[in-house]
Ligand binder design. Structure first.
Ligand SMILES: [Zn+2]
Length: 413
């Protein structure tokens, strides 16, 4: 019997997979989307997989329950305190400017992809939006024959030297999808099915977008149709012989009143009534170039106070505001949520399942919000599905979504 090879990346141990290891991060997949789609018969491949030895459970995602922090947690196997990416924006205290965190220079830990690639593995990383491609592709040389990394958003413009594949849209025979579409995600998944068959990667990460989930509730016709598309791709991956872990970056909750208008706590307005908060700045880390489907309204905010101001009286007032879930100072928040302190404000605020956080009404463009607001960012959107086509193979106690690669690469002897 050959000795089982293992890899250590960010102080965690991974088996060298003996068959293709695939992790799907289904963006914004509140567990109810899968439960409703299964119940309606829209996911026959998943139902068959679960009936034949598959495992369906749930895991806790990283905080804040946003896309980039969780994708990087899954990609590195560790929380934001170690990899550094805790949102799309943070405030640079030196310059007072809001800085975008979507760049490799803010990433402090190697990805599992880079670790395996350096050790000789073939690795494919496919994302829906291009903004995640750079971060997730860190350390991969796509000009070699062993790495493919591209986004569905730019599928028509991929090159052999930069992405490892020339014109991915033509290769897959699907047009480059619109960025605001469910097709953006399905492109990623079906490209994954084809790559598995043609290229046999040792590791393949498929990360989708949450466009459908922001607009449509679990069990709706649109959500079930999307999940049926996901199921078709899942069936292809299973047929291709992969060990597949299906998880998500975060859940998704309705954050609107009965009449469909958004239910928002505007923090600038709350802080304006607190004398101790004079000069405070609110940062909403959900803000990114694609806000039409949520208007930059999430469930997590961080507040910077002028230097030397005691946050305690501000925290006490904020805790009394209906719709606010948890208010912590920097130290407590970094401890509770595993965040990097130098990229977090003096105060961290989360909102409840049915409430969103904003700055001021005139700072949010809600004209693109053509469906009642659904969003994420807080503790109530932290629970995600964790599904694998076999035994789990990792400890079940406090399972995290960023245990996905330990599970996917697990070799049973
Ligand atoms: Zn997301």
């Amino acid at each position: 019997m050959t000795q089982k090879r293992t890899m250590t990346i960010n102080s965690r141990s991974y088996d060298w997979p003996t068959r293709p290891a695939v992790v799907i991060c289904l963006d914004g997949c509140e567990p109810a989307y899968i439960e409703a789609a299964l119940a309606s018969g829209a996911m026959p491949a998943l139902a068959g997989m679960l009936a034949n030895g598959g495992t369906q459970t749930q895991a806790r995602g990283a905080m804040p329950s946003f896309t980039n922090p969780n994708n990087l947690s899954i990609a590195t196997g560790v929380p934001s305190s170690m990899h550094g990416i805790c949102g799309n924006f943070f405030l640079d205290p030196e310059t007072g400017e809001e800085v975008m965190m979507n760049s490799i220079r803010f990433l402090r830990a190697p990805t599992i992809f880079a670790g395996f690639y350096d050790a000789g593995a073939r690795v494919a990383v496919l994302t829906a939006k291009d903004q995640l491609r750079e971060l997730l592709g860190a350390g991969l040389d796509c000009a070699s024959d062993r790495a493919i990394c591209f986004s569905a958003e730019r599928a028509g413009a991929t090159t052999r030297s930069l992405n490892g594949l020339e014109d991915a849209a033509a290769w897959l025979g699907r047009p480059e999808p619109q960025v605001y579409s469910g097709d953006l995600s399905l492109f990623v998944l079906y490209a994954g099915v084809r790559l598995l068959a043609e290229w046999q990667p040792e590791l393949m990460y498929l990360s989708t977008s949450d466009y459908i989930q922001h607009k449509h509730a679990p069990g709706s016709t649109e959500a079930n149709a999307f999940m049926a598309g996901v199921d078709g791709a899942l069936g292809g991956l299973l047929a291709g012989g992969a060990r597949v872990v299906l998880t998500a970056d975060h859940g998704m909750k309705p954050k609107h009143h009965a009449d469909g208008t958004p239910n928002v706590v505007y923090l600038d307005q709350v802080l304006a009534a607190i004398p101790a908060a004079t000069g405070a700045r609110v940062i909403l880390p959900i803000t990114d170039p694609y806000v039409a489907h949520h208007g930059a309204l999430g469930a997590f905010a961080t507040i910077y106070l002028p230097t030397g101001i005691d946050p305690t009286p501000v925290i006490e007032v904020l805790r009394q505001v209906p719709g606010i879930d948890e208010v912590l100072d920097r130290k407590a928040a970094c401890l509770a949520y595993a965040l990097p302190p130098e990229r977090v404000g003096d105060i961290v605020v989360t909102s409840t399942a049915c409430t969103a956080l904003g700055t001021a009404p005139d700072k949010h463009d809600l004209t693109g919000l053509d469906a009642p607001l659904r969003s994420h960012g807080g503790r109530d959107e932290q629970l995600v599905p964790f599904i694998v086509n076999g035994p789990l193979g990792v400890a079940t106690e406090d399972l995290r979504n960023f245990d996905a690669w330990q599970c996917a690469t697990k070799v049973f002897t």
